[in-house]
Design a protein. Structure first.
Length: 170
């Protein structure tokens, strides 16, 4: 059975908040797609609150696109992780981890500048499947926490999971 990339890294060693280049792919036409792990919370120790995560998702979709320089890449998608510890960011182009850190940091400042839930894009019954399930306060708390701690970079080589640890868990 193929190993899912996320399962090949030791989540007990991950730093948060931090960026990790999850994988690099090539399209048939030769374009580069990079998938980044934006880890907001320390895995197995904290999770993003549900309503804040949802509001953050709406704002990250806008602000990360605004703050990532077009010359570095174009964002394809930003999706929350099921474990509620972060987001996956897919980009076509060649941005570095440092480029993503800069865009993420700028996005956190932009999120904190939003003063009314009505300013958050797509929060209505026509554009959102759970439009009443949001919290701007929680989104502000998340952004403030990221900015106060700072954003690091996780390295895949440092996070390789020891297969003997996995075998001992089963």
């Amino acid at each position: 059975m193929p190993v899912i990339e996320s399962f090949s890294v030791d989540h007990t060693k991950m730093k948060a908040p931090a960026v990790r280049l999850s994988k690099t792919l090539s399209t048939p036409k030769g374009d580069t797609i990079k998938v980044f792990d934006l880890r907001f919370c320390q895995p197995n120790r904290a999770m993003l609150p549900e309503k804040g995560l949802h509001t953050l998702e709406h704002m990250l979709a806008l602000f990360m696109r605004q703050h990532l320089e077009a010359s570095k890449g174009e964002i394809i998608d930003i999706s929350p992780m099921g474990c509620r510890t972060g987001f996956y960011l897919s980009v076509i182009g060649e941005p570095t981890e440092e480029d993503i850190v800069a865009a993420w940091k700028a996005s956190m400042f932009s999120i904190n500048a939003v003063k009314d839930i009505k300013e958050v894009p797509g929060i209505n019954k026509y554009q959102c499947g759970s439009y009443q399930f949001h919290s701007l306060t929680e989104a502000h708390d998340i952004a403030t926490s990221v900015l106060s701690v700072g954003i690091g970079i996780n390295n895949n080589e440092d996070l390789k999971v020891d297969d003997t640890l996995i075998k001992n868990q089963n």
